[in-house]
Design a binder for this molecule. Structure first.
Ligand code: NAP
Length: 305
């Protein structure tokens, strides 16, 4: 298959590209800069120059493909304080690519998240499928609404699926939440957790996340929701303890009211209890995570370089 991958130069996308090529597919990667284009070429992908803010160009690339994996998201804009603008651009991109694939039964895989889907209860793939007040109240609610839009594309003849990634897609080279937490711990001289730290975070190794993206584009039935979670819930205190051990600093409980001050933009997420199940995904696609667990990965040392 010729697969158009947006976000192909990103953390997950740069593992998805070799995963696709290794399975005999052609990967066409969206690149918005020379640097990203060079990175994609070096990885063996075909480069499609364009930007998330140019839905027409995205639609053309989607129409020229046998399927799309949409991973790009304007994180800089979102974490820079304009989440609404990033989410709106994403929605326009999904609409454009979805319409380009109409009446073809071609696959469209949308990246999404899973943190905060349910409060304290194990979330399954069947949760978060209605735009409930809880979803709307969640900061990621606008993206959840786009995920529902993507699922509805099955109604116009697209084999669409939503791939919810664990909040930490970890591995050597990760620059995301776990690397940020290591940086905060190092800077503060303590590895913090909120309250008693029993709240759980799901996690998945990047290699397993990439394999699931490939399986999704190859075979996920229309309307599937998939959970990329190898660890279904790691107690946050154990994450902090692993960091404390490696940085040789103490661990410390942070009161919930001080979480925003201590963890910055991660203050909202650090105390969330967000366990998930990936059982439906495993059964549906025969996906078996084989990469290291988050705690094993934290023990390998690369996060502290
Ligand atoms: N990583 C995680 O732990 C995690 C967890 C849950 C969900 N997700 C979701 O999974 C997806 C992939 O995440 P990631 O960690 O791989 O993200 P990432 O490393 O931040 O990569 C983002 C990608 O989007 C591209 N991009 C950003 N703005 C663009 C624009 N205006 N036009 C074209 N391309 C643009 C970037 O291109 P450049 O290379 O040119 O910057 C990059 O390829 C995202 O939707 C993310 O929200 C990730």
């Amino acid at each position: 298959m010729r697969i158009f991958v947006t976000g192909a130069s990103g953390w997950i996308g740069s593992a998805v590209v070799p995963e696709l090529i290794g399975a005999g597919h052609e990967a066409v990667g969206l690149a918005r800069s020379d640097t990203s284009a060079q990175r994609l070429e070096a990885a063996g992908a075909i480069v499609h120059r364009g930007d998330l803010d140019d839905p027409e160009a995205l639609a053309k690339a989607a129409a020229d493909s046998d399927g799309v994996i949409h991973l790009a998201f304007q994180h800089e804009l979102a974490f820079g304080g304009n989440f609404a603008a990033a989410a709106a651009a994403d929605r326009r991109a999904v609409e454009a690519m979805g319409n380009a694939l109409a009446d073809s039964d071609r696959p469209f895989v949308l990246a999404s998240g899973m943190i905060g889907l349910t409060a304290g209860r194990v979330a399954t793939e069947n949760d978060g499928l209605v735009a409930s007040p809880e979803i709307r109240a969640n900061p990621a609610g606008r993206r959840a609404a786009t995920a529902l839009l993507a699922l509805s594309l099955r109604g116009i003849g697209v084999r669409s699926s939503v791939l919810r990634f664990a909040p930490t897609v970890h591995g050597d080279g990760d620059n995301g939440f776990i690397a940020t937490l290591v940086g905060i711990a190092r800077q503060r001289g303590v590895a913090g957790y909120v309250g008693d730290g029993a709240n759980r975070w799901p996690a998945v190794h990047r290699s397993d996340a990439a394999r699931l993206a490939r399986l999704a584009v190859e075979a996920a039935p229309a309307g599937s929701v998939l959970h990329a979670a190898g660890d279904e819930g790691v107690p946050f205190r154990q994450i902090a303890e692993a960091m404390g051990r490696h940085l040789d600093i103490p661990t410390m409980s942070v009161a919930p009211q001080d979480a925003a001050e201590h963890f910055g933009f991660l203050g909202h997420f650090a105390g969330l209890d967000s366990p998930v199940s990936a059982a439906i995904t495993r059964d549906l696609l025969g996906w078996e995570p084989t990469g290291p667990s988050l705690l094993d990965d934290l023990a390998q040392g690369h996060y502290y370089r």
